[in-house]
Ligand binder design. Structure first.
Ligand SMILES: [Zn+2]
Length: 395
């Protein structure tokens, strides 16, 4: 049988325009909840690049659509456009919003996480040959990812009903087919206050908590061949009243960061703590933390801080086509997984829509001082996205 080679026409991706657009959005600060100005720039670019439909949804995410000549599946590319801030006291050697280019690297907050990937998606999708396309390509610039993974993507997916999703978070140009999830767990002990001159008259909530912590630290955690180990890490502790003046604490609370593997549920991760036999006598509670966020458009997003792990089978046909498309673009990706949590926690972890990750830079390039992005990788990323479009929506 003759093998039909996939031809990826990446020749019309304008690298200069791609780089200059990436610089433009890096120059525009966009903290979570303050993405309005960058969304304006992004939706203007989508219109200038000839997207067939461009809109901003209720959360303020920008969405652009390109229609192929024939009907077919919907392929969604998602990149968040919010970034973390500049930590007070941190010293950058490059201006964080200067978008300087030095030695073929673009410097600035958001360059690697993940405005470069976003720009590459826009420019890869824009020049695609609609006559060869069966289906739709959608690019979303989602908001609020740094504080609530998957929250804004859910709204985008409700509107666009994608068959396949590509997340552009850093993979070093490899193909991610899974990712660990995360949960934030609050533990609380309740004691009884007493004057600290007679502590034996009360029950000290901090002493109770030290016993809880000692047992929690011994919980054996799972390991996953692709995703790595589950994690349970203590991140804070506080007692009440705080500060305590001559009174034993009546309440103590700790936060644990739990990194999740596939199949783990909120009930399961709480139960492994509350069912510890050594803690049967101790009055304590374990809960998944809650948070509430307001988008720049005024929408309230309520989150249970439990973000599922996800995995796509390595025989999955979307994954195999994407791999073929990346190879046809001259890339040589390995199959890998995210250690950090991404919007795929919703697209695959909850909505169960086949999802892969592909993007420039490494996970360790995110949130750092002097954040930077290789321009060579930026250009290869755009070619890779074009390859995925051609392979998945070939008419
Ligand atoms: Zn990110």
């Amino acid at each position: 049988m003759a093998k039909t080679a996939l031809h990826v026409d990446a020749g019309n991706i304008n690298t200069d325009a791609l780089i200059s657009f990436t610089r433009k959005i890096v120059r525009q600060e966009s903290l979570s909840g303050e993405e309005g100005p960058v969304i304006q720039i992004i939706s203007d670019e989508m219109r200038a690049l000839g997207f067939d439909r461009v809109w901003v949804d209720k959360n303020g995410s920008a969405v652009g659509q390109i229609d192929g000549a024939r009907p077919g599946p919907t392929l969604l590319f998602d990149a968040h456009c919010d970034t973390v801030g500049i930590a007070p006291g941190s010293v950058w050697t490059r201006e964080p919003f200067g978008a300087e280019i030095v030695d073929s690297h673009l410097y600035g907050r958001g360059a690697a996480d993940m405005k470069g990937a976003l720009a590459a998606m826009l420019h890869a999708a824009a020049g695609v040959d609609r006559s060869k396309l069966a289906g739709k390509v959608i690019v979303s610039a989602s908001v609020m990812e740094e504080v609530y993974e998957g929250g804004a993507l859910k709204t985008i997916m409700d509107q666009t009903q994608p068959d396949f999703v590509v997340i552009g978070e850093s993979t070093q140009l490899n193909l991610a087919r899974g990712g660990r999830g995360r949960a934030e767990i609050h533990l609380e002990t309740i004691g009884r206050p007493a004057h600290s001159s007679s502590p034996h008259l009360g029950v000290n909530a901090v002493h109770l908590m030290t016993r809880v912590i000692a047992e929690v630290e011994k919980i054996p955690l799972g390991k996953h061949a692709l995703l790595g180990p589950a994690i349970l890490a203590l991140t804070d502790i506080i007692s009440e009243p705080y500060p305590g003046y001559s009174v034993t604490p009546s309440r103590c609370r700790t936060t644990y960061d739990r990194r999740l593997l596939t199949g783990e549920t909120p009930e399961g991760v709480l139960n492994e703590i509350t069912s510890l036999p050594a803690l049967r006598e101790i009055d304590f509670t374990a809960k998944i933390a809650q948070s509430e966020h307001r988008t720049y458009t005024g929408e309230k997003l309520h989150a249970d801080k439990f973000f599922s792990a996800w995995e796509l089978d390595d025989n999955d046909s979307f994954l195999q086509k994407s791999l073929k498309g990346l190879r046809a673009s001259g890339l040589d990706p390995r199959l890998t997984a995210y250690r950090f949590c991404t919007n795929a926690t919703y697209s695959k972890g909850i909505a169960n829509v086949p999802t892969i990750g592909f993007g420039p830079g490494a996970e360790g390039d995110a949130h750092v001082v002097d954040e930077r992005l290789s321009l060579t990788e930026l250009e290869k990323t755009a070619r890779g996205y074009r390859g995925i479009i051609d392979a998945v929506l070939a008419g």
